[in-house]
Design a protein around this ligand. Structure first.
Ligand SMILES: [Fe+2]
Length: 444
């Protein structure tokens, strides 16, 4: 088995440590909502919090124990109920939560039984076997570890939307405050024409949408050195950007008018002015942190500035390309992600000022390409030519190849360092307002 975050090799002991650390972080995250919020849905069209606390262990059992190893599970009822994050498709379809969902003590008991089974399996079972599709390169074992981490992020942006009265303030899980940078270089950087390699190397773990790799010839372009900040985006809002259809595509304008969108979801305006809706407190809108927006808002801002949002291939050139033509595994070079490179791995609950991590800049001097918020790209989410659904989780990606979801790259404050790799692709609808997603502009 091989994994990009472990360039010197990965062992069973690493997997067990990773599993334990992931479960510990999940427990800390589940302690954010007050007990009475357990059956609530902080985002209307997502399942209630209880679902996720059962889903994490049930997914691990379903994927590694039952599907890959063909062993028996723990509790068939829970393993069906908590199988997949299928969210209700309308508010009316949501049933009374206690009709469907079990008591928390039963969910926690299931979780601890699953933990014992998974740790034993990672430590001693045949988790790697080239003749079983789910066990090739230990695919199922690594998939359950990354799945847990992806959901930690989903949970945090869900909890971001809980009222403050329903949250218990916690310190950041790996708190670190970046140095204050005073003389930031701004403006755009020229990236010359060159080749970008999208996707990962065969034999190294990745999700199905990361394979097979693909080389793209990218024409020269200019890219913002830093992400668009709240202060910059405010100029667009004050210039009437949300009232002028000429900046929006037809579909996005219909979203603005139907949902009555007047500013980013993370902003709040009251009689005292503009605020950022932080994880645990409202804070006066910070001018120099990246604005979190939908792709629709990013594209409107970019059009107002006579620019556009970068494509997935342009992101790769800006992040991993170098003047010599060599492509790096990480924006800063060969070393895997560590806390000096960016705002990720639960260093902070909220974004920090742009350009706070000079040690994470790319070869061209473009900052924060991994960390401080996912980077929106203008590229619709699709498989690369030759795409095959993965054996451990065949419905992971292909359900979303619908032209309505777009690729995001990089990492947010809630992304674990193990998932920071060149080939990793995230995706969401272009009008989904809840995620930790930022952007920058490019010009041809
Ligand atoms: Fe899931």
């Amino acid at each position: 088995m091989r994994h990009a975050a472990f360039p010197r090799g990965i062992t069973r002991e690493d997997l067990v440590r990773w599993y334990r650390a992931g479960r510990k972080n999940s427990k800390a995250i589940f302690s954010i909502p007050v007990e009475s919020a357990y059956y609530e849905r902080p985002i209307a069209l997502r399942n209630p919090i209880v679902f996720y606390e059962g889903h994490l262990p049930a997914f691990a059992v379903n994927t590694l124990i039952k599907l890959a190893l063909q062993h028996g599970g723990i509790d068939e009822h829970f393993e069906v109920l908590f199988a997949r994050g299928i969210d209700p498709d309308s508010v009316d379809a949501v049933k009374n939560p206690t009709d469907v969902w079990p008591r928390r003590s039963a969910v926690l008991e299931y979780g601890s039984q699953a933990d014992a089974m998974i740790e034993d399996t990672l430590g001693y079972a045949t988790i790697e076997d080239g003749s079983v599709p789910q066990l090739r390169g230990a695919e199922a074992a690594i998939a359950i570890l990354e799945h847990e981490q992806m959901h930690q992020e989903t949970l945090l942006y869900m909890f971001h939307n809980l009222p403050y009265s329903k949250k218990v303030k916690q310190p950041a899980l790996n708190a670190s405050t970046p140095q204050r940078i005073t003389n930031r270089e701004t403006g755009m950087v020229r990236i010359p024409r060159g080749i970008a390699t999208l996707g990962g190397d065969e034999g190294v773990f990745g999700w199905d949408n990361e394979f097979p790799s693909l080389q793209v010839d990218v024409p020269e372009f200019l890219v913002d050195r830093h992400n668009v900040t709240n202060g910059e985006f405010m100029q667009f809002v004050q210039a009437g950007g949300y009232r002028d259809p000429s900046f929006w595509s037809e579909a996005n304008w219909s979203w603005v008018t139907t949902e009555k969108v007047e500013h980013p979801h993370f902003w709040l305006k009251n009689e005292r002015g503009w605020f950022w809706r932080g994880m645990f407190a409202l804070i006066p809108l910070p001018e120099d942190t990246p604005v979190y927006v939908t792709l629709a808002e990013a594209e409107a801002y970019a059009r107002w500035r006579n620019a556009r949002v970068m494509s997935e291939a342009e992101y790769h050139r800006a992040a991993f390309g170098t003047p010599s033509g060599e492509e790096r595994p990480f924006p800063w070079g060969d070393e895997p992600a560590d806390p000096s490179r960016g705002n990720f791995g639960f260093a902070n609950w909220d974004p920090v000022p742009v350009g706070s991590y000079p040690a994470g800049a790319s070869a061209w001097g473009v900052h924060d390409l991994a960390g401080n918020g996912w980077e929106w790209t203008s590229t619709p989410f699709a498989g690369f030519p030759g795409f095959q659904p993965m054996a451990s989780y065949p419905v992971y990606s292909s359900d979303f190849f619908d032209g309505e979801h777009y690729v995001l790259k990089g990492a947010s404050p809630a992304t674990s360092p193990e998932m920071i790799r060149r080939s990793f692709r995230n995706w969401f609808r272009g009008t989904y307002p809840y995620l930790y997603a930022k952007f920058r502009c490019v010009q041809s």
